[in-house]
Design a protein around this ligand. Structure first.
Ligand SMILES: [Zn+2]
Length: 305
């Protein structure tokens, strides 16, 4: 059975090879260096091999202006050119028009309808739905995609059983949101939890967005922590993913350029490793290619079973 693990990292582009403005160069995490022989920077371009592929992916989608989260994530999770459909890049959280596109074309919903088991590894705090109902929080594109597939959101009970990962990877941020008493998890353990979940589903996703938050804030000490957490997490995923095709991607640049507090026009890295990575990578050049690539890969596998 084929399996896909999609790790969505908000606001991670391929930027300059310059330690004064790019945290991925200044802190030079070993994971990307192991994969590509140097930091994850724009001059790497596209890399193709049977072991690992990197596609410098277009996030602008032919629409002027800086790419933004609501339309970029809708493009990834629906395959629809959402910024073109809406006439511009839309930031933050999806409104009714984007929610309609997600309901009609969501990746998880479509896979679920084709009888593939799908899940999101992200843990949500117990009061999340209440906060949305009282308009203190809004559903992101990814959350709408999960709910649109009829899937429950993972809870503290899943976390206690080792079957969920919090959005910050380590659980360290949970007390800030009033959730006390949850043990922290090392990035390595979190990575292995994620691949264990991925081993039990046709499609598993995880969303990380601290990169985008810090890309808007520019705190180098926090950026160092983000780079270290991501490095340990992704390295553990790489070591333990076994027969799962792993796809790591982003919606727009931001974290890679501390010379600006806005998003960037840089391409985003789509990194693939695991069975079939080269073929799947060859079908991806922009954000809207990711959903059809995942569906084709899983359907092809099901036909050959
Ligand atoms: Zn942002």
């Amino acid at each position: 059975m084929r399996r896909v693990l999609l790790i969505f990292i908000d606001g991670l582009g391929m930027g300059e090879n310059d330690p004064s403005l790019n945290p991925l160069v200044r802190f030079d995490p070993p994971f990307f260096r192991t994969l590509f022989g140097r930091p994850l920077v724009r001059e790497l371009g596209t890399v193709m091999s049977d072991e690992v592929c990197l596609v410098a992916t277009d996030a602008a989608l032919g629409v002027p202006g800086l790419p933004q989260s609501a339309t970029g994530q809708t493009a990834i999770f629906t395959g629809v050119n959402a910024p073109r459909r809406m006439g511009c890049h839309i930031l933050g959280f999806p409104g009714p028009a984007l929610a309609e596109i997600i309901a009609a074309h969501g990746l998880l919903g479509e896979l679920s309808a084709a009888c593939f088991s799908v899940t999101s590894a992200n843990m949500y705090a117990a009061d999340y739905m209440e906060l949305v109902a009282s308009r203190k929080r809004r559903h992101s594109v990814t959350t709408l995609s999960i709910l649109g597939a009829g899937q429950p959101l993972r809870s503290l009970a899943h976390m206690a059983a080792g079957e969920a990962v919090y959005q910050d990877i380590t659980n360290e941020m949970l007390p800030r949101f009033g959730v006390e008493g949850v043990p922290t998890v090392s990035p390595d353990d979190a990575g292995r939890r994620l691949t264990a979940l991925a081993g039990r589903h046709s499609f598993t996703m995880f969303e990380y967005f601290q990169t985008d938050r810090q890309g808007h804030k520019h705190n180098w000490a926090e950026a160092a922590k983000i780079v270290a957490n991501l490095d340990g997490f992704l390295a553990a995923v790489h070591r333990s993913a076994a027969e799962t095709l792993v796809i790591i991607t982003s919606d727009h640049g931001n974290f890679e350029d501390f010379s600006t507090k806005t998003h960037t026009l840089n391409p985003v890295p789509t990194i693939l490793f695991g069975p079939g990575c080269r073929h799947v990578a060859s079908t991806i050049s922009c954000l809207t290619d990711i959903k059809p690539a995942i569906i084709a890969y899983l359907k092809e596998g099901a036909e050959n079973d």
